[in-house]
Structure formats: structure tokens, C-alpha cells
Ligand binder design. Sequence first.
Ligand code: UFG
Length: 337
Amino acid sequence: TPHTVLVTGGAGYVGSHCVAELLDRGFRVVVLDNLRQGHRAAVPSDAAFVEADLADMDALTRVFAEWRFDAVFHFAALSLVGESMRDPHLYLHGNTVNSLNLIRAATTAGVRKMVFSSTANLFGTPERLPIDEETTIDPGSPYGESKFFIERALHWADRCHGLRSACLRYFNAAGAHPNGTLGEDHAPETHLIPLVLDAASGRRSHIEIFGDDYPTADGTCVRDYIHVCDLADAHLRVLPALETRSVRFNLGNGTGYSVREVIAATERVTGLTVPVRVGPRRAGDPAVLIASSERIRGELGWSPRFPDLDSIIGSAWEWRRRHPGGYRGPAVAQAAE
Ligand code: UFG
């Protein structure tokens, strides 16, 4: 019989790409999502869908009574650094309590494996680059702190209940599924690549660069953009390791691109001009974040299939062209080549 996986937040951006990967590889999938950020249309009909919130312990108990899960993939969370600085309680309370509910339901049901969406924000403004798993943890925001707390809760769930976990610290998730059915659609959108694409297509008047006086080559912030399908692949690769131990991996390409380089790549990929304005720095943005993913490369043989920036932006552009209004808008037929 196929293995069954519960995916919380499976209607969201990274979660939906992992659901697609799980289904492709023959897993049975149950998606649990409150649809506050997620989109029902991002969940394929061959996955079971439960609309519920992790704050609702009774709903969780029912889900764990109805199915026997071989693993839980936990994506559901609030994930905006800036919002967490304005309302820390929302993150320190909401993300942690919801995750503790899930961990309790999973351990009570005897689930042995959990794969958890963690974040590069765990490392705040790091002292050295690239950022490997030995880098000092000093979260850059209440959002990052909430993820670190959940990593610690998972550490104890392993020690006390034998729930093995993989904590995957994503750098900047980007791109879209090559089959054109899944992409990035947040409301409000705060992420650089979808905003730059909308500035290219004229759906937005311009992109504002948040500061060009950073100590980097062109003065703009440098980030490590990793294709969302490469993240999904990593989630599947950790499952065999969880037979014997818990793991923590940093997940990025190991290459950084500045905001101006992202804009230039977008102009190359789309053939359009991106109107730019330079504004002030955004509070809390570190100048440079670049991952070392040597550990997951060495231990699990993972390596990114879509490492170059143009192919990452190209896949995001393809989805954006076909779904200019995101999941809510009408899809546009693929243009004849
Ligand atoms: N940026 C702009 N203009 C914009 C939007 C973003 O200049 O309109 C810049 C930001 O200042 C930053 C870069 O583009 O330098 C990337 O910004 P994003 O908001 O796309 O991503 P972040 O690096 O801020 O955050 C991402 C995830 C977080 C995660 C963090 C970890 O969204 O969830 O990486 O480093 F915590």
C-alpha cells in the first residue's frame, strides 16, 4: 500500500509544490489548510483536502483518527518577517501553539516522521558566510524565533516520543512548477520576484528597491534564491534518513544575487523593461544571506536541478503569464509557440 502523508499548509506556495512531488512519486496525500493564505485551486483533486486550522485541536484529532500517517509535512504558518516585527505575539503565539498542537496530535497517533519548514531567518544577521548548520542561531525576528522554538519542540518530541524530524531551513524560495499549474500567489505579495514580474508586465507601476547603500557590490541586498521544486525534492529525500535519526539542513543554492541582479535577470527573461525606484531600507533586512547546503549534498546526494537565476525567474514568469490574476483570476491559454 502507498504511504500516506499529511501536509499542513499544502495549499500554500511551498506546500503545494511538495504535494505535487509527493503525488508524482506515488504517495497518498491529505492536505490540511485553513485557506487564509493557501488556495483550494492549488490542491490537485487526487489529494484529500481538509479545511481546518491547527488551532482547532478537535479537528486535528479527527484527522489523525481518520487516516494513519506515515509522515507529516508541516508547512502551515504565518511567514512574514515584517508583520512579525509589528505583531510579535501573533507569531510567537500562533506559530508555536499551532505547531505544538500538531506535534501532540502526531505523537499521540504514533506518527514517526515529521518534515518541518524552517527558515534562514534563524541565523539573523550572520557573522560569516556562507551560512552552514554550525552557524550561531540568533533569530532575526519573532517569525524566526517562532520557527526556532518549533525546532526545539521537535528535538524533544524525538527524545521523548521517538518522533524523528527534519528541520529544513529555506533561504529564498522562488520559481514555479514547470508544468505551469502551480505558482506563487500571496495576498499581500511582499516577495521580490513576483513583484518584479508584475512591474515588468505593467500590473504594477514599478518595483521599489529597499535600499541601495548596503555594503555589497551594487549596494542592494544579496539573497540565495532556490527553486521551490528543489525544496520539494529535498523534502522527499530526507524521508529515508528519518528511519534512523532526526536531521537539520540549510537549503539554498549557495549563490547570492542582488536585488539589481534579479531585476536585470527579469528584463533578460521577459524581454520587458522593469521600472525601478530606489527607496529606503526595509527594517530588519540583512545585507547578504547565502546558504551552504554542503551537508544535505554530502549526506543525501541532494543538489538543485534548477540552480540558475534565469531558469528560476523563467518558471515564475511562465506561471504569471498564464495566471496573471493568480489562482483567483482566469487562466490564460498557453500561447502557441
Ligand atoms: N525587496 C525589494 N523590494 C521589494 C521587495 C523586496 O527591494 O519590493 C528586497 C528585500 O529588501 C530583500 C530581497 O528583495 O533584500 C528579497 O526580499 P523578499 O521579501 O522576497 O525575501 P526576504 O529575503 O526578506 O525573506 C525571505 C522569506 C522569509 C524568510 C527569509 C529568510 O520571505 O520568509 O527569506 O531569510 F524568513
